[in-house]
Each structure stands twice: as C-alpha cells, then as structure tokens.
Write a protein that binds this ligand. Structure first.
Ligand code: GLP
Length: 261
C-alpha cells in the first residue's frame, strides 16, 4: 500500500483524476471501477474538465460501479445510476451501454449479483478501481463483518451507514435498508486500487484501514493485501496516521510519482 498526502481535498481529488486520465490514455479500453459519494464528486468534476479541455477520450472505456441500492429506480435522484449519469456519464463521451451498475430492481437479486460478477469477468476484470471509504470503514457497501473473500451480493446497511446517508435522502426512514455491492474479494481482484479519503471525519477510519490490523470490522483494511493499492488523502484525513513522514518522502522522491508532483 502507498499513501499519498495532498495539501487539500481539491488537490487530493485532482491527483486521483490524473491517475485515471493517465491510465485511460495508456489504455483506451480501460475497465474502470467507479465509486459514488461526496468525496468522488470532485474527481468526476476534474475528469469532465479533462474531457472538455484536453479531449480525454472515454469512448472505448467500460465502467463497473461498486454498488447500487436495492429498490430504487435508475431515475430516482438517490440511485447511484442517477448520480453517475449526472456526475460523469452525461458529461463525457462514454457509451451508455458501456456503463454498468448492479440492478437493484432485479426480481431475483442473487441472480443479478452472479450476472454482475460474470460480466466483470467477461470484460477481463477491473483494471483500475476507484474507492471511497465510509465512516464504518467500508469499501463499496461491505459493512463490518463482510467476509474478506466475499463476492457481489446483497448487503444490509448498518445504522452508521444509514445515518451517514440520511441527509441525502431527507431522513433515516427514507434510506434503503439494503444494497447490492461488489464483495471485498471482487474489489481486491482489480489490477490497481485507488482509495480517496478527505476531511477530518475520515481520519480515524483511514488510520485503522491503513495502519491497523486487517479485519472484517474495517473492510478497507483488506486493501493491505492488494499488491498495487494507493491511498490518497488530504492533510485533514492524514492526521491520525503514524508514518506520515515516510509517506511524504515516497511521494517526493520515488520516480513513479515524478509526473504527479
Ligand atoms: C457510500 C458508498 C461508498 C462510499 C461512501 C463514502 O457508503 N457506498 O462507496 O465510499 O459512501 O461516501 P462519502 O464520500 O460521501 O463520504
């Protein structure tokens, strides 16, 4: 795992967008794993900017989102399909048929989960997976005690996650109780993972995920098993990390990061 500390939430998101742009230019057929949430909005804004100002081309790219709520129509403003359409898909030249999210309205949800896994495999697996982190330390909707080898499945949301998402829905009682999510095992099979966390509310959980023990109580900690995972944080989200000096040295000195400095 590598940790990159950036001065602000804006520069942290910009760095993640530059990693995506770099990988997409290198491989126009990139299979891109996408995440939702407030933190990711800045990344998508930057990618839209790269598309409009620098011609970043999404026409051959395929995307797979981590998760979707059960029971929401794609047109529902709270669905992740709607979020993705608004934040990214409608603003760049991606083919709608190349964008995939689990279908939370499927009559057979287990079958839908199997279909989603098979589809990811059919396109050769995810090349670059973007991740946020929930306050419960989850990636996707892999709530505490999610098996570290879990695959795409239906997951019940914890009270913490429901509370975290309540303002977006206008009250806790309106938040769906379940979601389809890629499993932890699915996520860590991506060739590269990039997790973005910003703000002081994420500082404790970032420290647990990065420097704490690997545990299903904090599913983001499973990323420690991944051979190529980069965690990008701003100063506020970095405050509880112990090895900050080391992380800063890596970013300032390692050749891999030269073009990003
Ligand atoms: C939801 C999503 C996660 C995301 C998390 C953090 O739970 N399922 O994928 O990482 O929210 O969201 P935010 O960036 O708004 O803090």
């Amino acid at each position: 795992m590598e940790v990159i500390i950036q001065p602000s939430d804006e520069s942290a998101a910009a760095l993640v967008a530059r990693i995506v742009a770099h990988d997409l230019r290198a491989n126009p057929h990139l299979v891109l794993g996408l995440a939702t949430g407030k933190t990711m909005e800045r990344v998508y804004r930057q990618l839209v900017h790269f598309h409009k100002e620098q011609g970043l081309d999404f026409s051959l790219c395929r995307t797979f989102n981590l998760d979707e709520y059960v029971g929401l129509f794609p047109s529902d403003p709270h669905s992740y399909r709607h979020y993705m359409d608004q934040q990214l898909f409608r603003q760049v030249n991606i083919e709608p048929r190349n964008t995939h999210l689990p279908n939370g309205l499927a009559t057979d949800l287990d079958d839908e989960c199997r279909r989603y896994e098979a589809l990811i495999q059919r396109f050769g697996g995810v090349d670059l997976q973007l991740l946020g982190i929930g306050r419960a330390g989850h990636i996707g909707f892999n709530e505490p005690l999610s098996a570290l080898r879990s695959r795409t499945r239906v997951k019940a949301l914890t009270p913490t996650t429901i509370r975290q998402n309540a303002p977006l829905f206008g009250g806790e009682e309106r938040v769906p109780r379940r979601a389809i999510t890629m499993g932890v095992g699915t996520i860590i099979e991506a060739r590269r993972c990039v997790l973005l966390a910003t703000g002081e509310t994420k500082a404790e959980v970032v420290a647990q995920a990065v420097e704490g023990p690997i545990t299903s109580m904090v599913t983001a900690s499973a990323l420690q098993l991944h051979p190529r995972c980069t965690v990008v944080v701003d100063e506020e989200a970095a405050t509880r990390l112990k090895e900050n000096d080391y992380y800063r040295w890596i970013f300032e000195n390692e050749p891999e990061w030269e073009e990003y400095r």
